[in-house]
Design a protein around this ligand. Structure first.
Ligand code: COA
Length: 387
């Protein structure tokens, strides 16, 4: 196996992109990544595209082929593969690209993520998202994603004393980071009072506890580490790309307050990289709901179980704190185009490690982590990246 480096990144603006089609979005992200890497499309040998549900959102399947075709890469007949793991599709597309380069199958690979969610109404979008849960045992009886995470939130509050204010502070902090990110869907700062008085979605989760419905795409270019400096002076190295699975249904889990697939994927990642949680300078974690960020920072080992809420309220996860989390604004404020999120997380960490994150820059960031969750934790993908 060879080491792998990221030499190019590209990301569209996230939000309601009425003026751009599904294909416009992935073409934009891909061109940005190629330009950033300083290579032409003709040099790309393989493509992995993370996408969860384009069949429902834009009535388009066969996503691998359409990406290759409309990106102008079909003339070389390169292999182009759609990767699907619900909201972890992007993270898995990155891991698939890393494996392709590490195993010496290909030298220059694009891993991308794309979702266009706002072309359907909210009811249809929420039902599409519910298909990432167990359709027979959860979704069919009315369990939406907000309601599943609401059960996790209630259990966490009961078991660890996590408070409504601590949950709200996750959203307040991520909106304050999003306000600094030109790509973010929401750039407005909010207060704890605004979160706790926003409309109830699934008790105890309110509107501002939820990630939104979003359009967007992102892409990265991967090459063998030994060739990275042929293309760039600022390669970012992939120290670990790990994945773990768990039961798809929440009721089959050992615990409602720990996502075991996160614990296992993180353990594998730290072991592969020869690092500890305390070595991470900045992380993008899967905050699809405020409780998800609190559970993630505990399950990844940044804080002890039950300490995630108090640490958030104390500012330890804000830029300037002990371990800045979701400097992009996270899923909450940057937005959550489900298939693209895992790649956007890598784009943000690469910018941080290159020192190109402008007002969001974490001083001296050398090692970063991404954490991407499918469903309520049926799939988790973790990457550790280093300067
Ligand atoms: N955070 C902040 N504001 C939001 C928001 C969010 N998550 N979602 C919508 N808004 C805002 C909109 O911008 C709009 O503001 P405006 O009136 O000033 O234009 C307003 O709230 C109403 O928007 P609307 O689109 O009608 O919201 P909705 O009620 O249809 O949907 C949710 C709100 C929370 C139900 C929806 O965003 C949702 O389901 N989120 C979860 C997505 C999900 O499950 N993802 C997968 C996770 S694993």
């Amino acid at each position: 196996m060879r080491d792998v480096a990221i030499i190019g990144i590209g990301c569209t603006k996230f939000g309601e992109m009425w003026h751009k089609s599904f294909r416009d979005l992935f073409i934009e992200a891909g061109i940005l990544a190629l330009e950033d890497a300083g290579i032409s499309g003709a040099q790309v040998e393989a493509l992995y595209g993370g996408n969860m549900s384009s069949g429902i959102f834009v009535e388009q399947e066969h996503v691998g082929a359409i990406i290759a075709d409309y990106s102008g890469l079909v003339s070389n007949n390169i292999p182009s593969t759609r990767v699907e793991a619900a909201c972890a599709s992007g993270g898995l597309a990155l891991r698939s690209g890393v494996i392709a380069v590490a195993s010496q199958y290909h030298d220059v690979v694009i891993s991308a993520g794309i979702e266009k969610m706002t072309d359907v109404g909210a009811e249809k979008a929420i039902d599409a998202l519910a298909s990432a849960a167990d359709r027979e045992w959860e979704a069919a009886v009315g369990a939406t994603f907000p309601s599943l995470y609401a059960m996790m939130a209630r259990a966490h509050m009961h078991e660890f004393g996590t408070t409504r204010q601590q949950l709200a502070q996750v959203a307040v902090k991520n909106h304050s980071h999003g306000a600094l990110n030109p790509r973010a869907q929401f750039r407005n700062r909010i207060t704890i009072d605004m979160v706790t008085s926003s409309p109830l979605v699934a008790d105890p989760l309110r509107l501002y506890d939820c990630s939104p419905i979003t359009d967007g795409a992102a892409a990265v270019v991967l090459v063998p580490a030994e060739r990275a400096r042929e293309f760039t002076d600022t390669p970012i190295y992939v120290k670990a790309a790990t994945q773990a699975s768990d039961t798809i249904s929440l009721h089959d889990r050992r615990s409602l307050t720990t996502i075991d697939a996160t614990v296992v994927a993180a353990h594998r990642a730290f072991k592969t990289a020869g690092l500890q949680p305390r070595d991470i300078d900045v992380a993008e974690v899967h905050d699809c709901f405020t409780i998800a960020e609190i559970m993630a920072i505990e399950d990844l080992g940044f804080f002890n179980k039950g300490a995630g809420g108090p640490a958030t309220l104390d500012g330890e996860t804000a830029i300037g704190g002990k371990i800045p989390i979701n400097t992009s604004g996270g899923l909450k404020a940057c937005g959550h185009p489900v298939g693209a999120t895992g790649i956007k997380q890598a784009v943000e960490i690469v910018e941080q490690l290159r020192g190109e994150a402008n007002k969001r820059q974490v001083d001296g960031a050398e090692i970063g982590l991404t954490h991407n969750v499918g469903g309520t934790g049926g799939t988790v993908v973790v990457h550790i990246l280093s300067r």
